[in-house]
Design a protein around this ligand. Structure first.
Ligand SMILES: *Cc1c(COP(=O)(O)O)cnc(C)c1O
Length: 393
């Protein structure tokens, strides 16, 4: 695969391992283990298996390897490890490189399970965590210490789509010798410039845009070859967070169309956001692609697109938000995102229900807030759906 090819070409052909049958569509290698020609050969493989020499599918598998290589091409990363879910990727990226006595700085606006790892699990193993206000660079500056080993944040937060100034935080972190680990789900691998901006480790829930069609769970950790193979891989393969070959195949096929899907979804998300801004029922619309967005200039610097999610808040709070949700016809109510189907969510009573009132207030997750993950339906149909749900409030 020539490195000069564009991503769309790499996503169709990258990483392929063709068996001697010459199949066109990538094979699903549903096998737990692998046969050795001789006893000597088995001994050698167990000592040091080379590239594409597999011994057990918790350690590695040809279909999973195809997905990992294709994913590394998309992100522009040296290497990739695929995991059973997005959370296995987040946990593995952090736990594999932290030791008791280390300190972590993290933004406070995090996906619920990420917050659980940082608040509940890591401290049990003697890792200290300081939470900061993601968009506020000075709060990052104040939090770093001599023993800060990792800094962790979502490049675009859920559900308020707040951005972190990646180049500035990278500069601070690297001056302390800390690793920058980014959960990049909302930015998407299509629009990500994370590696170019100096991020060391990029994590995705493949469950979102990489599958993109609501079928399977998965995750990836991307970064330097040495980190992926010598830090992440030993942790993952011994703790059992590897991706199933079948799920890897779904994700591999998802990558063939990810650029087309995500660009179309982002285009619709922008148009819907513009339409929402014209409604008198809505207090604010948050989409980094809008001129009115306070982080619009930063967004242009750190991503090549503005994502597929738009968030908005009703003036009349929960009552209006629920009525709006119940009025929708095409857009479904669920809690996933990045799907071909448009999905509306009321974070305060679902994805973020567990948070205290104080935390919700702090994270600006109000009763009137709706998160809309824009899918692949016709844009005008979606705008009409939103429009009629608004008019009958
Ligand atoms: C969904 C999500 C995860 C977790 O991914 P799973 O595949 O559900 O385990 C982590 N971070 C963010 C930002 C997410 O949206």
């Amino acid at each position: 695969m020539k490195s000069s090819y564009q991503n769309q070409t790499k996503m169709v052909h990258g990483g392929v391992r063709r068996s001697y049958f010459g199949e066109v569509s990538e094979a699903i290698f549903m096998t737990q283990s692998y046969i050795y020609d001789t006893a000597e050969n088995a001994e050698i493989r167990f000592q040091n298996s080379g590239e594409d020499e597999f011994i057990y599918s918790r350690y590695g598998n040809p279909t999973v390897a195809m997905f990992e290589d294709r994913m590394a091409l998309l992100e522009g990363a040296e290497d990739c490890f695929a995991t059973a879910s997005g959370m296995a990727a987040v946990n593995g990226a952090l736990a594999s490189c932290l030791t008791a006595g280390d300190h972590v700085v993290a933004s406070k606006a995090l996906f619920g399970s990420c917050l659980y790892i940082l608040e509940q699990i890591l401290p049990k193993f003697g890792v200290e965590v300081t939470f900061v206000d993601g968009p506020d660079v000075t709060s990052w500056k104040r939090a770093f210490k001599a023993n800060t080993k990792v800094c962790f944040f979502e490049s675009m937060s859920n559900p308020n789509l707040e951005l972190v100034d990646i180049p500035k935080v990278v500069e601070i972190a690297h001056s302390y010798g800390a690793l920058v680990v980014v959960d990049n789900v909302f930015t998407t691998p299509v629009f990500s410039n994370a590696i170019e901006l100096g991020v060391d480790v990029v994590v995705y829930s493949a469950t979102k845009h990489i599958d993109g069609q609501g079928r399977a769970l998965g995750g990836v950790v991307l970064g330097k070859k040495d980190f992926i193979r010598n830090t992440v891989e030993p942790y993952m393969k011994h703790t059992g967070s590897s991706m199933s070959p079948f799920n890897a195949w779904i994700m591999l096929k998802g990558l063939e169309t990810i650029e087309l899907r995500v660009k179309a979804q982002a285009k619709s998300a922008f148009k819907i956001s513009q339409f929402l801004e014209t409604s008198s029922e809505i207090k604010k619309v948050i989409y980094p692609g809008l001129q009115s967005n306070s982080q619009h200039e930063l967004a242009k610097q750190i991503t090549s697109g503005f994502g597929t999610v738009t968030t908005f808040e009703f003036i009349k709070g929960k009552k209006a938000a629920f009525k709006f949700l119940n009025n929708l016809d095409i857009i479904i109510l669920s809690n996933n995102l990045g799907d071909a189907k448009s999905i509306a969510t009321h974070p305060a009573t679902t994805t973020h229900q567990r948070l205290s009132e104080k935390q919700k207030e702090d994270l600006l997750i109000g009763d009137g807030l709706i998160r809309l993950s824009v899918g692949l339906e016709d844009t005008d149909d979606l705008i009409n759906d939103v429009s009629s749900a608004l008019t009958t409030l």
